[in-house]
Design a binder for this molecule. Structure first.
Ligand SMILES: *Cc1c(COP(=O)(O)O)cnc(C)c1O
Length: 748
C-alpha cells in the first residue's frame, strides 16, 4: 500500500457512530496494512535484544509519527470532527516496571531509526504493570488489562509456535510480532504461553512476587520460557540457512542480554548444541562466548539474581547441569590463569547450592557493560573486580540514552518546532541543537513561551486526571520514577516539610510559588515504599489545605504514573529531581528526558547525572550531596542520631512520622519508616541511604533553584542550555556505540 492509498482509505473511513475503540482499531489496522510492504525479514548479521521487560507506552501516536503521517491523520480526523486527542484513552503497553524496560523500548526505536538490524525478544504478558489508584492516600492496585482494547499493533504468528519443555509439563510459545518503525522496520517478538492452564500462567503477569517458592518457580519458568523460545528459533533458522557448522553461528548473531533475566539463554544454546547436535561442550561454550553480551543494570545486591540449584534441577534438569559443567569449565580456566581461591569464589557460577546468574553472564559474555561511566567504574572496581582483573578487555561502558522521537518530538512538538527554526536538520543530526545561542533574547523568549505552554498543558492534564487545581504561575519540581528507598522520595518529602515549616515561620518571604509533583508505583510487596506513598499523600493533604501556605506550596502525587504521564510531566516541568544515594542509581534515564525538554536538574553526583552536568555545565544545574568517595569514607561511623540531636529542624520533620502530625490509621507504616532511619533493621544500619546526611544540602539546592527562578531569564537560559546540550543522551548515540563496539553490525 502506498502512502496516498493509505490517506485515501483514511479519508473514506466512516467515523459516525463509532466509539474511540473502534476508530483506534480501524486506523491502526490500516496503518499496519500500509507498513506491511516495508516490513521484511532480514537474514544477514543482526543483533538480538533479550529482555524480560519492554515498557513501550502508547504506540498509536508514535507509530503514526514514525510512518510520517501524523499531521495528515490529525487533519483528516479534524475534518471529520474527531479531535486526535481522543486516542489518549488508549492504554499504554506497560510490559515493564521502569527504567530497564523503557530502555529496551528506546533502544528498539533508535535501532530502527538508524536502520540497524536489531530484533527484540520478550514475553507477551497478559497483564502489564498494575494500575494504581490512591484511596485515602494508600496505593490500591488493579490488574492492567492492556489487551481489553485489542492489540492491533501485533501479528500473531501461530505457525512459528514452538514447544518449550519443562520437567513437569510442556508449554507452547506463540510469537506475536510488533513492528518497530523507523528508517527501517525491525521487529519486537513477544511470546505468549499457551497450552494447559499451568502453561498459560507463565505469560500471565509481569514480575509475579518471587518471595515464595511458588513465585520463584514461576519466575524461573518465565526466564527460561522466552529465552529458550528465542534461542530455539535462532538455531533452527541458522540450520535451515547455513547447515550445522555452528562455529559460524556467532557470525550471524550478536545477542544482548538485558540484565540477568535472559541468562538462561546461554545455558539453552549450550544445551541445544551439545544435546541435539552433538557439539562438544567446550566448543559449545566457545560458540556461546562469541554470541552473548551482557548489560548490568544495578549493583543493589537484592537484584543480582541467584537461583537455588536444586530448585532449577527439579524443573529444568538439563539446564541446571549445563550451569554445573560451565562452573567446572570456568574453574579449570581460572586455575590456569592463576586466580586465587578467593578470586575464583567471587567469580563462581555455581556455589553453595546456588547459581549466580550475573557471574555466569560475565564468564560467558564477550562484553560486559555498565550503563553510565560511574556505574561501569563501580562494576570494574567492586562488583566484578576479580573478573575485571583477568578479563579486562570484556569491560565497556555504554551510557544510556532515550529516544528523542518519543521524548522530544512526540511529547514536545513546540520545542521541536523551535529547534527547527534555529537548528535546521537537527531531527536527523541532533548535535546541531548545540549551535543554538541560548543568550539570544529572541530565542530565549520563545523558549520561555514554549515552557509556559507545556506547563499549562500539564496543569490542565492534572486537573482532568486528578481533579486538582494548581496555581497558574508556579515553578514545577518533579520526581517521577519507581518508588524505592535508594531513589529517596522520602528525602524529598522531608525537604518539602522543611520548606513548609519555614514558610509558616515567615522565613522564606521571597519563595516563588511551587508545585512538587511525584509519580511512582510501589512494588506490591514493598512495605516501606507503600508507606512512603501514604506519607507523601499525607503531606500533600496538609500542605495543600493550609490557607497560610497554599498559595505558595503544593504537593501532588499523581496516580498511575506511566510512559504517557511521563511524556506530559517531562515537557511541563522546570526542575528534575534526581537525588539517589551516590553510587546506587546505575544511570537513570528520567534525568535525560527532563534535560531534553529544558528542565534543570537538582541532583546528586550519581549515575548519568554526572555526565549530564559534564555536558550542560555544573553551573546550569544544582548539584548537592555526598559523593561516592565521601560516603565510602563515612559509611562505618555514620550515625543519623547525631544529626537528629544537633539539627532541630531535621528532627522536627523526621518526628512528623511519629508525633501524630500524620496518620497511617494504625498500620504502622510511619513508625517503621522512623525506625529504619533511627535504628535500622536486622538487614541494614540506621538510615542506610543517607537521607538525613544529604537533607540540609538538598533543601539549600531546592531553595537556590527557587530563588533563581525569580529571575526568569537567568533560569531559562540555564534550562535551555541543558536542552541544547542533551544530544549525547539520545539513544541514537548509545545504539550507534553498541552497534560499533559490541554487535559489529552495520546500518543496512
Ligand atoms: C523513563 C521512565 C522510567 C525511568 O525513570 P528513572 O528516573 O530513570 O528511574 C520509569 N518509568 C517510566 C514510565 C519511564 O518513562
Amino acid at each position: 500500500m502506498k502512502k496516498n492509498e493509505f490517506l485515501k482509505e483514511l479519508k473514506d473511513l466512516q467515523t459516525e457512530n463509532k466509539d474511540v475503540k473502534e476508530l483506534y482499531m480501524e486506523v491502526s489496522a490500516l496503518a499496519m496494512k500500509y507498513l506491511s510492504s516495508q516490513w521484511r525479514p532480514y537474514t544477514g548479521r543482526a543483533a538480538y535484544y533479550f529482555s524480560i521487560e519492554y515498557l513501550m507506552g502508547r504506540m498509536f501516536y508514535n507509530n503514526l509519527m514514525e510512518l510520517g503521517v501524523a499531521e495528515q491523520v490529525k487533519e483528516i480526523f479534524a475534518k471529520k470532527g474527531v479531535d486526535i486527542h481522543v486516542f489518549e484513552e488508549v492504554e499504554d503497553a506497560a510490559l515493564g516496571n521502569g527504567g530497564l524496560g523503557r530502555l529496551a523500548a528506546c533502544f528498539l526505536d533508535s535501532a530502527a531509526g538508524l536502520s540497524i538490524p536489531l530484533y527484540g525478544y520478550g514475553i507477551r504478558y497478559k497483564y502489564g504493570l498494575f494500575k494504581q489508584q490512591f484511596i485515602n492516600g494508600y496505593q490500591v492496585e488493579e490488574p492492567d488489562d492492556w489487551l481489553a482494547w485489542g492489540d492491533p499493533w501485533s501479528v500473531r504468528k501461530e505457525r512459528e509456535s514452538r514447544v518449550i519443555h519443562f520437567a513437569d509439563f510442556d508449554v507452547t510459545a506463540v510469537p506475536y510480532d510488533m513492528p518497530i518503525i523507523g528508517k527501517r522496520i525491525n521487529t519486537l517478538r513477544l511470546y505468549q504461553a499457551e497450552g494447559s492452564d499451568e502453561a498459560a500462567k507463565i505469560s500471565e503477569y509481569l514480575y509475579p512476587a518471587d518471595d515464595t517458592e511458588e513465585g520463584k518457580i514461576l519466575r524461573i519458568r518465565q526466564e527460561y520460557f522466552f529465552s529458550a523460545a528465542a534461542i530455539g528459533e535462532l538455531v533452527d533458522k541458522f540450520v535451515q540457512a547455513h547447515g550445522t557448522y555452528f562455529k559460524r553461528f556467532p557470525n550471524y548473531h550478536s545477542i544482548q542480554l538485558n540484565d540477568t533475566h535472559p541468562v538462561m539463554a546461554i545455558a539453552e544454546l549450550i544445551r541445544i548444541l551439545t544435546k541435539e547436535y552433538a557439539v562438544g561442550f567446550s566448543d559449545a561454550v566457545r560458540i556461546a562466548k562469541r554470541t552473548f553480551n551482557y548489560t548490568n543494570h544495578t549493583i543493589l545486591p537484592e537484584a543480582l539474581e541467584c537461583w537455588d540449584y536444586q530448585l532449577l534441577e527439579r524443573i529444568l534438569p538439563d539446564i541446571a547441569a549445563v550451569f554445573k559443567r560451565l562452573q567446572s569449565c570456568a574453574g579449570r580456566e581460572w586455575k590456569k590463569l592463576g586466580c586465587t581461591e578467593s578470586e575464583s569464589e567471587k567469580m563462581a557460577i555455581v556455589q553453595d547450592g546456588r547459581i549466580r546468574m550475573a557471574n555466569a553472564a560475565v564468564y560467558v559474555a564477550s562484553t560486559v557493560n555498565g550503563v553510565a561511566e560511574i556505574h561501569s567504574d563501580i562494576l570494574k572496581k567492586e562488583v566484578f573486580a576479580a573478573a575485571y582483573r583477568y578479563y579486562p578487555d570484556k569491560f565497556q561502558n555504554k551510557t544510556n540514552g532515550v529516544t528523542q522521537r518519543r521524548w522530544l518530538m512526540l511529547c514536545n512538538s513546540e520545542l521541536s518546532a523551535m529547534f527547527d527554526r534555529y537548528a535546521a536538520g537537527w531531527r536527523s543530526d541532533m548535535k546541531k541543537i548545540e549551535m543554538i545561542d541560548t543568550s539570544d533574547q529572541v530565542v530565549l523568549h520563545e523558549f520561555i513561551a514554549v515552557k509556559e505552554t507545556k506547563k499549562k498543558e500539564l496543569l490542565q492534564y492534572i486537573r482532568e486526571r486528578e481533579g486538582i487545581e494548581l496555581p497558574k504561575d508556579c515553578m514545577v519540581y518533579s520526581q517521577i520514577k519507581r518508588l524505592h528507598e535508594y531513589k529517596r522520595q522520602l528525602m524529598t518529602a522531608f525537604a518539602i516539610l522543611r520548606i513548609y515549616f519555614d514558610l509558616k515561620d515567615g522565613k522564606l518571604p521571597d519563595f516563588y510559588p511551587s508545585v512538587f509533583l511525584f509519580g511512582a508505583k510501589a512494588a506490591s510487596c514493598y512495605y516501606r515504599a507503600k508507606g512512603i506513598i501514604k506519607y507523601i499523600n499525607e503531606i500533600a493533604n496538609l500542605v495543600n489545605h493550609d490557607p497560610q501556605t497554599r498559595d505558595k506550596l503544593r504537593v501532588v502525587f499523581v496516580q498511575n504514573y506511566n510512559v504517557s504521564y511521563a511524556e506530559k510531566i517531562v515537557a511541563g516541568s522546570n526542575v528534575s529531581l534526581q537525588v539517589s544515594t551516590a553510587g546506587l542509581e546505575a544511570s537513570g534515564t528520567g534525568n535525560m528526558k527532563f534535560m531534553m525538554n529544558g528542565a534543570v536538574t537538582v541532583g546528586t553526583m550519581d549515575g548519568a547525572n554526572i555526565e549530564i552536568v559534564e555536558k550542560a555545565g555544573r553551573e546550569n544545574n544544582y548539584i548537592f550531596g555526598a559523593t561516592v568517595e565521601e560516603l565510602t569514607a563515612i559509611r562505618d561511623r555514620y550515625d543519623p542520631n547525631v544529626i537528629l540531636t544537633k539539627d532541630l529542624e531535621a528532627r522536627r520533620v523526621v518526628e512528623t512520622l511519629t508525633d501524630g502530625t500524620f496518620q497511617d490509621d494504625g498500620n504502622g507504616y510511619f513508625s517503621e519508616l522512623y525506625r529504619s532511619l533511627t535504628e535500622g533493621a536486622p538487614w541494614h544500619k540506621a538510615d542506610n541511604y543517607f537521607v538525613l546526611y544529604d537533607l540540609p544540602e538538598y533543601v539549600n539546592a531546592l531553595l537556590k533553584a527557587n530563588s533563581e527562578y525569580g529571575n526568569k531569564e537567568l533560569f531559562s537560559q540555564k534550562a535551555l542550555y541543558n536542552a541544547t546540550h542533551s544530544s549525547y543522551f539520545s539513544s541514537d548515540r548509545t545504539i550507534a556505540e553498541y552497534a560499533a563496539d559490541i554487535w559489529k553490525v552495520n546500518e543496512i
